[in-house]
Design a binder for this molecule. Structure first.
Ligand code: NAD
Length: 260
């Protein structure tokens, strides 16, 4: 059980981040959520998670493209709950375009949110973890941290960077109770991927269902989506004592994508 631990999960108002937050809360962690959404949605989300799992839940709306806001969010979590034991760097965006037409502003945004925010969050959370001698930093990379696909230059560059940063963070803390690891999901059906399915459907004149099947069959041998719940269970395992010597690794959960 992770009862009494405090988890800060970035980008947890949707998709994978929310799935991870739910599985952590199911083990008893209190939650600092982060991510966009209107005030009513976020209030309901916090109240329903608190009710379902009997844990404390707060939300901080820091924009992960803004270093000062990330630092302030970690400070706010420490002020609200006393500490941050588990940091899940999950917030991320995608933009799909060939290199020569990739909008410069989108490149900067993807690198800021998918890569630099991992550094800023880690930097802010580590001193408290070191003071207490225990911490778990879990970075949500991607299969695209290990291999590439066309038209995803910024995303692939950022995710490869996240895996490098994961290794450095793990090594700098290799003695003691703080571990840092990356999770590399394949396709997960979230709003981030739904946009790519909708684009495929429009381009090829397919139904949404057929476009989803085509997206999977191109890359993911299992032909089924990985779920946020499954990724949450992997995050829970990384927080356990059994995982205390997993350090600096990049764990795939990708339906066989990178086995090919
Ligand atoms: P999603 O769009 O469902 O959720 C993204 C979350 O990040 C939301 O809560 C959103 O509000 C938040 N967010 C976005 N920009 C932000 C910003 N500037 N500041 C604060 N919060 C921000 O996406 P998802 O699919 O759940 O992706 C989560 C992570 O998983 C990302 O890092 C993504 O690259 C990674 N990932 C996703 C897949 C997939 O197939 N969906 C596969 C591999 C890796």
């Amino acid at each position: 059980s992770l009862k009494g631990k405090i988890a800060l999960v970035t980008g947890s108002t949707s998709g994978i981040g929310l799935g991870i937050a739910r599985q952590l809360a199911a083990q008893g962690t209190d939650l600092m959520l982060n991510g966009f959404g209107d005030a009513a949605y976020i209030n309901d989300l916090c109240a329903s998670l608190a009710e379902e799992f009997k844990v404390r839940v707060a939300h901080n709306g820091a924009d992960m493209s803004k270093p000062a806001e990330i630092e302030a969010m970690v400070a706010a979590a420490e002020a609200e709950f006393g500490r941050v034991d588990i940091l899940v760097n999950n917030a991320g965006i995608q933009h799909v375009s060939p290199v020569e037409s990739f909008p410069v502003e989108r490149w900067d945004a993807v690198i800021a949110i998918n890569l630099s925010a991992v550094f800023h969050g880690t930097r802010a959370a580590l001193p408290g973890m070191k003071a207490r001698g225990w911490g778990r930093i879990i970075n949500i990379a991607s299969v695209h941290g290990l291999i590439a696909s066309v038209n995803k230059s910024a995303y692939v560059a950022a995710k490869h960077g996240v895996i490098g940063l994961t290794k450095v963070t793990a090594l700098e803390n290799a003695e003691g109770g703080i571990t840092c690891n990356a999770i590399c999901p394949g396709w997960v059906l979230t709003p981030l991927v739904q946009k790519q399915i909708d684009a495929l459907a429009a381009n090829k004149g397919l139904s949404i269902e057929d476009a989803g099947r085509e997206l999977l069959s191109e890359k993911q041998p299992s032909k089924s989506f990985v779920t946020p719940e499954q990724l949450g269970e992997l995050a829970v395992f990384l927080c356990s004592d059994a995982a205390s010597n997993m350090r600096g690794t990049a764990l795939t959960m990708d339906g066989g994508w990178t086995a090919q």
